[in-house]
Design a binder for this molecule. Structure first.
Ligand code: SF4
Length: 369
């Protein structure tokens, strides 16, 4: 089983904190859609004929494409890939780019999961992030999604925003639980130097992120999601049982996926490749760079991704797939973290607890090959 990722590189405007590849002009939209369809056909053998159980339209802002354009892409994918009847087909949508009608049309095309970038239900937080929607419209869009018949919906929320007090964060979570939605991705605000927000903070024009608030709000998040029956299955992802993201699970479990579109990455178990990022270059003739992964690379990737999940890192898997030397290094390296109460062991699996997940990346680097 494998997944398909489709990168739609257009955004209405650039959010101040955003470090993803996207462009604000959509002048090349029609060319892009055609180039994407061509790439989908050209690369149809990449997954070796495996069944595709997830399709994910990410970006950028996929909901800037018209339903007919998304439909045309889905038709090409269905013609050239073995997309299973029960495949999870997700579309990322920003509240300011959808209407009641477009949501209905997306649903009719076979999109069965929506990922909505809400970020906060408070307008001052949205302004700090320079998002284009307001909280009233966000709530309206959630109603429309329900009316359109979407049963699988996930929201993105951000904590650690300097304007977000703990009380407001609790309120954001309460508003989320009140929607009845079964999946939440909640991210700590990270500010990269080169982003507009990074520069504003450097010049003293915007308040910086306070690390203590981030840690406190992470604690609130973990506690409140647990009280509401959500499972913390990846560092930033929470779901009621049976509602985990199937597509992201492919990444976290190291399964195969093909990424189409500018800057999209692909992975086939032994190598990783990434497409040219510029939209014009991509439309003229897509190209990619490829890196064959060494055993060290594959071990490091496995450790890095698995430690961030509730499935943890399996020493037996390391032993069987990478060798005794790697398993020894890993087990020796994590011992202190078990003693420090950040991690627990279940048979051969080493799993970070909620507190330990805050240190996932640092712990992974310590046990890297
Ligand atoms: S909508 Fe998403 S991808 Fe586009 S600029 Fe904002 S954060 Fe970045």
């Amino acid at each position: 089983m494998a997944g398909l990722y489709i990168h739609i590189p257009f955004c209405k405007s650039k959010c101040a904190y955003c470090n993803f590849f996207s462009v604000v002009s959509d002048k090349q939209r029609a060319d892009f859609v055609e180039a994407l369809k061509k790439e989908a056909v050209d690369r149809k053998d990449y997954l070796g004929g495996e069944e595709v159980r997830t399709v994910y339209f990410g970006g950028g802002t996929p909901s800037l494409l018209k339903p007919a354009e998304i439909g045309g892409i889905i038709d090409v994918l269905r013609q050239h890939y073995k997309i299973t009847a029960a495949a999870e087909i997700t579309l990322e949508a920003n509240p300011d780019t959808v209407s009641k009608d477009t949501l209905k049309e997306y649903k009719e095309l076979g999109i069965n999961r929506l990922s909505i970038g809400i970020q906060s239900f408070f307008d001052d937080d949205l302004q700090y992030l320079s998002r284009k929607h307001d909280s009233k419209h966000a709530l309206q869009v959630l109603e429309w999604a329900k009316a359109a018949g979407f049963q699988e919906v996930t929201l993105d929320l951000i904590y650690g925003i300097p304007t977000l007090t703990d009380e407001k964060w609790c309120r954001n979570l309460e508003l989320f639980f009140a929607t009845g939605i079964n999946h939440l991705s909640a991210y700590a605000l990270t500010v990269e130097e080169k982003t507009a927000l990074g520069q504003r903070i450097a010049k003293g024009l915007a308040a910086p992120v306070n690390e203590d608030s981030v840690i406190r709000q992470y604690g609130i998040l973990v506690e409140m999601t647990r009280q509401h029956g959500f499972e913390h299955y990846e560092i930033s992802n929470f779901a009621r049982p049976g509602h985990y993201s199937k597509h992201n699970t492919i990444y976290w479990k190291g399964e195969k996926y093909l990424g189409l579109g500018p800057s999209a990455h692909s992975y086939d178990g032994v190598s990783r490749q990434w497409n040219v990022a510029g939209v014009k270059d991509y439309c003229d003739s897509y190209s990619f760079e490829k890196e064959k992964l060494t055993l060290d690379d594959r071990y490091n990737e496995y450790v890095m991704t698995s430690l961030r999940t509730c499935w943890g890192c399996d020493a037996e898997y390391i032993r069987n797939n990478f060798g005794e030397k790697y398993a020894e290094k890993f087990e020796k390296g994590v011992k202190n973290h078990i003693l420090a109460g950040k991690m627990f062991q279940q048979d051969q699996k080493y799993i970070l607890n909620d507190h330990g997940m805050l240190f996932a990346d640092g712990i992974a680097v310590e046990v890297f090959a």
